[in-house]
Design a protein around this ligand. Structure first.
Ligand SMILES: [Zn+2]
Length: 144
């Protein structure tokens, strides 16, 4: 869909700080992260509601969510890694994978209302590079 930001990213017409991509799923950094490493995992197909995804796509999405959460845990050493699936901000199914240092990191009104601080492209690329490096290390060791 031309007017969907996430479709524009998955189709390549809009740039993002990509952490992972395969035939079904993409993961890229949120430009207004709650904490560094805050990643969005999306299906390539435009579907507003995650529970309407075909089962194989849903499983592929959640497999990537699990891997990204593991890598965020290794790289950023948060207290917990939280997931948020709300869909108020974009009409394209997505999972927020959030390094949490505080319980309210994913319960805050700032998250739900989208009133978060925008970070710099340079900082986003630094974080994405770090996460990609950790993913590559996992892939090389067969620890997927
Ligand atoms: Zn879309």
């Amino acid at each position: 869909m031309d007017d969907c930001t996430f479709c524009r990213i998955t189709e390549g017409s809009l740039t993002a700080h990509i952490v992972h991509e395969d035939a079904v799923v993409m993961a890229f950094l949120d430009t207004t992260p709650i904490n560094p490493g805050h990643t969005l995992v999306v299906p390539r197909v435009h579907e507003p509601d995650f529970h309407h995804l075909p089962p194989a796509s849903y499983r592929a999405l959640m497999d990537v969510v699990r891997t990204i959460a593991t890598v965020i845990d290794e790289v950023h050493r948060p207290t917990k890694v939280g997931l948020v699936v709300a869909g108020w901000d974009q009409p394209h199914a997505h999972v927020h994978v959030v390094p949490m240092h505080d319980y309210h990191d994913i319960t805050s009104r700032a998250l739900l209302d989208g009133h978060r601080n925008r970070t710099t492209p340079r900082e986003l690329e630094r974080v994405a590079t770090h996460l990609r490096g950790s993913l590559a290390t996992r892939d090389a060791s067969g620890d997927a």
